[in-house]
Structures are given as C-alpha cells and as structure tokens.
Design a protein around this ligand. Sequence first.
Ligand code: SF4
Ligand code: ZN
Length: 125
Amino acid sequence: MADSEAVRAKREQEKAGVHFMIEFYCQHKHKTPKGQLCPECQELADFSAMRIDKCPFMETKTFCSECKVQCFRSKPEMQKRIGDVMRYSGPRMIVYSPKTVLKHGCLTFKRVIKNKIKSKKGEKK
Ligand code: SF4
Ligand SMILES: [Zn+2]
C-alpha cells in the first residue's frame, strides 16, 4: 500500500535528519568538506535511507531503539557505525546547531535527547 502524504513526509524527515547527522560526523571525524560524504559515510547514509524507505512502522514508529524488529541488526557493521554517528553527532548538534536540530526535528534527535535525560536521571541515583 502506498504511503499517505503524512507518512511520506515523516519518512523524508527521518531520512534528512539521519543524513544530516552522518554529514556532521563525517565533517568532524573524517575532515570531509561541508556537503560531502566520504565513501564509508556515503555507504552508511545509503544503507540508512534504504532501511527508512523500507520501514513498515513509519506511520506509528517512535524511536528505532524501541523497535522489536531492529532491522539494522541484519548488518552488524552498519548498526555499529550508525550507533557511533548517533553518539557523536546527537549531543554535539544539540549544543552547536540547535536551529538545525529544530529544522530537521526528527525522531532521531528526540531519541538522543531522551537518552540524555535518562542517563542524567541514572547519574542522580
Ligand atoms: S529499526 Fe524498526 S522502526 Fe527503525 S527503521 Fe528498522 S524497522 Fe523501522
Ligand atoms: Zn566519513
């Protein structure tokens, strides 16, 4: 069944947000010029976009970390790499580029923020 307009928009927003985080990571970690990706990060971006395109839960999904399917598991290397990107880019983008975070306001960022809050609560214990 074809996506509704809202689901299509959500899918595109997710892809844009993840792509932006990979770009941020690549610029800082691999010294790639702005707007470009190194071959390794391009591969990760393509894989992530493909997974998001195929996600059957887009209409209702919240955070991938809460998904029972965990489709990234089929490629452990990619799962590790996307985890590295999230851990690096998420907290830094919230600090250095909050406007971008708002612009791309995707669930990925919300997940990062949620995890930060969770870990802070854990620290207080
Ligand atoms: S982990 Fe689950 S929610 Fe995330 S893209 Fe894969 S199938 Fe969709
Ligand atoms: Zn890179």
